[in-house]
Ligand binder design. Structure first.
Ligand code: GUN
Length: 287
C-alpha cells in the first residue's frame, strides 16, 4: 500500500503565514504592542535546550518578542516559583511556559498551579486542562493541537474512527485522548488510552484506524502491530548517534500505513507553530 507522509514542515509554514497575517492586521497595523512569550528553562537537558532554541527561533521568525529565563540545574523550587510570579505579574508578557522536564527535587504540580491560567499558553494548568476536558474554549496543549490541526488540514476524518493512543503523559497522551473524543467536528473518535501497564498492547493497536504514539521509546510501534491502512502519528523524537528516530519503526510501518508522520518534520514543527498560535491568542485576549 502507498503510505502518504504528512508534511508538518510545509503545513507549519502555511500556518505561520496565517498567524503572521493576523499579527500584522490586528496588532502591527493598529500600532499595538507585539505579542510577548516568556520561557523559563531549568538545567542543561540537551533536548530541552534544543526545544527552547527552536521555540525562540520561531518567535524571531514571526516577530513575536520573547524573554528567556535560564535557571541552573540545582535551582531551588522557591527560585523557580519566584520567576513564575514575576512572569505572572509582568504586564508586557502575554503568555509563558516552563519547559519540562524540571528537576525531580521540584514539585511539578506546584509549578503548574502557580502559573496564571490566562498566561498558560501550554494549557497545562488544571483550570485550562479542566476546561478542555469539558469542551470549553481554552488554550490546548501545543502538541495535541498540532496533531489535531495536521489531521484537519490533511482532511483526515477522525469522527467515528477508532483511535489508540500509546502513552498517558500530561503533555501529549492525556490531552490528545480528551480532544479526539470530544463532541466536536474535530473529535468524535472512539479512544483507547494505553500505557506502560496495558497488557497485550497489540490487541488494541491492530484494530486501530488511527494510532498516536507518544511513548518515548525509539521504534516502539512496529508494522506487525498495525492494521493495513492505519493512520500513524509519531510524536517521539530521539537523537540516536547519527540519526533522529521517532517512536515508530518507520521502515516496517511504511508501506502498511495509509498516512504516517515523519520524524523529523512531522509533529515537531506543528507543535512549535501551535505555541505561536496560543501566544497570539493570549496577546489578543490581553489587549
Ligand atoms: N517538554 C516537552 N514538550 C513540552 C511542551 O509542549 N511544553 C513544555 N512546557 N515542556 C515540554
Amino acid at each position: 500500500m502507498t503510505t502518504k507522509l504528512l508534511d508538518g514542515i510545509l503545513l507549519a509554514k502555511e500556518i505561520r503565514n496565517e498567524i503572521y497575517k493576523i499579527i500584522k492586521k490586528e496588532i502591527l497595523n493598529k500600532n499595538k504592542r507585539v505579542p510577548h512569550l516568556g520561557i523559563i528553562l531549568t538545567g542543561n537537558n540537551s533536548s530541552s535546550i534544543t526545544y527552547v532554541n527552536n521555540k525562540i527561533k520561531e518567535c524571531k521568525n514571526i516577530g513575536i518578542k520573547y524573554s528567556l529565563k535560564h535557571l541552573p540545574v540545582n535551582c531551588l523550587e522557591e527560585e523557580l516559583l519566584e520567576e513564575i510570579i514575576k512572569m505572572n505579574q509582568n504586564p508586557c508578557i502575554d503568555g509563558f511556559i516552563v519547559q519540562f522536564p524540571i528537576g525531580k527535587h521540584i514539585n511539578q504540580d506546584k509549578v503548574i498551579l502557580s502559573i496564571n491560567p490566562k498566561k498558560d499558553v501550554d494549557g497545562f494548568h488544571p483550570e485550562n486542562f479542566g476546561k478542555m476536558a469539558l469542551d470549553m474554549k481554552t488554550f490546548f496543549p501545543a502538541t495535541a493541537l498540532g496533531i489535531l490541526t495536521l489531521l484537519e488540514r490533511y482532511k483526515i476524518q477522525i469522527s467515528g474512527k477508532y483511535t489508540v493512543i500509546i502513552g498517558r503523559s500530561r503533555i501529549v497522551g492525556r490531552p490528545i485522548s480528551l480532544l479526539m473524543s470530544r463532541n466536536s467536528n474535530l473529535g468524535n473518535s472512539t479512544v483507547t488510552l494505553t500505557h506502560s501497564k496495558t497488557k497485550n498492547i497489540e490487541y488494541y493497536t491492530q484494530q486501530a484506524d488511527i494510532i498516536v504514539v507518544a511513548v518515548g521509546i525509539p521504534g516502539f510501534l512496529k508494522g506487525k502491530m498495525i492494521k493495513k491502512g492505519a493512520i500513524i502519528i509519531d510524536v517521539g523524537i530521539h537523537n540516536n548517534e547519527k540519526k533522529i528516530l521517532g517512536d515508530v519503526d518507520f521502515y516496517s510501518v511504511y508501506g502498511k500505513a495509509s498516512y504516517l508522520t515523519p520524524v523529523p518534520g512531522g509533529i515537531g514543527p506543528m507543535t512549535r507553530v501551535m505555541l505561536l498560535k496560543n501566544t497570539l491568542i493570549a496577546a489578543l485576549n490581553n489587549r
